[in-house]
Design a protein around this ligand. Sequence first.
Ligand code: GLY
Length: 567
Amino acid sequence: MRKTITLIAFIFLFAQCKVKTIETTETNKNTGLIADSAMVVSAREEASKIGVAIMKKGGNAFDAMIATELALAVAYPFAGNIGGGGFMVYRTNDGKTGALDYREKAPLAASKNMYLDENGDIIQGKSLFGAMAVGVPGTVDGLFKVYEKFGSLPFSELIQPAIDLANKGVVVTEKQAERIAESRHFFGEVNGTKIMLDNDWKEGDTIKYVMLAKTLERIRDLGRDGFYKGETAEMLVNYVQKLGGIITKKDLEIYEAKWRTPIEFTYKDLKIISMSPPSSGGICNAQIFKAIEPFDIASYGHNSLKSIQLLTEAERRAYADRSFYLGDPDFVKIPIDTLISSKYVKNRMASFSWEKATLSSTLQHGKITGYESDETTHYSIVDKYGNSISATTTLNGAYGSKVFVSEGGFFLNNEMDDFSSKTGTPNMFGLVGAEANSIAPEKRMLSSMTPTIVEKNNRFYMSVGSPGGSTIITSVMQTILNVYEFKMGMQDAVNAPRFHHQWLPDVVTFEPKGFDSLLLNQLQGKGYQIKQENSVILGKVDAILRLPNGKLEGGADYRGDDKAAGF
Ligand code: GLY
């Protein structure tokens, strides 16, 4: 059974990331797309181009965000969605920053032990597959929140390209054909009937998303009610309940995306603006950056023994804290200021030794006295006015719960698995959690999504983010370091091989290529458990860098079908 679950977790986590080899190392010099003033980098060329077309028409980055996100819901059903949720971090041209939380919520009828059997054991797969795994979707409400605050073009103009794309159809890529093939048996099992993607789709075929186009038309014509009320809500609720789920019309009606204050911290002369809880991304990365700040990591060299040791130990401590302290800030009190303070982090690093790995079994979360008052996809946008956006959106697993509302043409998430169903028992990303991330009605599950914007000298410097569940945080962090400390361009920084550690399991995972065996042997000699054989790619970073001449360089991850577009 254990083996089956591990296999399932593997499929969920990495199906999206499957590549045959990783050929590129940091010594390859690849320059991404260069644009004068505006750019979108996303998981599909169609979506990037749609976002750019909106900006060419005079729309701003927020208009482009809405158009790009909706286009991804069509062109990238693997993770792009209207049946999931996400986070967005922004920086406007006058330096104002903010964050939007459109994360899914637990349904009103959810309860703490809903994934446990009568013996208190996890019911395998219940939080992952099928209707019980579905959280109340937040994407559509999130887009309307963005529109109300920042939209400049008529909403109908922002959604129409996605509707047209859905009706015209999207060409299947090689990677997409592989992903569909890997998920087909799950589609049948979960839905009990053949859904439109459950076909022998081949590279070069065109898939039309006609029912999804109709749903998008309802959203165009009725606004948020086109999804959360009326026909679409009826379809969604009826189907989820038919499959044994607990989402009601009331759940949809009361869903609300929330504006949040992002986590902001400095690293040397950078200001890093990242997602706040219910994402763990900003806090974890603040801790990691603070932990490594006193060290001259650039002098150690990129992916050298010393850099890997330092980063792994910083990651170990940050993820241990994540599992204990972090959850939905509307439900749990999180000691954010302490957790990201240099003093606290320095203390946490006191046990770090260059000689020997700290064993995760000997390390718990840090002690704080007195509280002060992941399938996923990412896109980055910069407009010609100087506004920047970093947004990550998710269904959690590949095609989410696999529940496909055929009448509406969309998949529903399995975000409920991001809760800690049982203290100490890992979720599909191997992450363990505690009370702070336990299930409660209307609570948001903890996330690792890390949409991030970096400022240098008070100017926009970088927009970066990634899918990849628990590996998102470390992929984002390494990409920033690759540019800032290891002097890579944006595309090289994205291409560079990555590694990851998350406290538990006590293993450092390396991408399949790009790390030599001598280095890995040295790490093993110091007590690090290494995973590289049968390893997978880590993250799929899409990012934009402002170059010294003011132009933009896109970094579109070759690990997927990702593409930059700009002008
Ligand atoms: N579903 C992946 C995450 O939010 O971290």
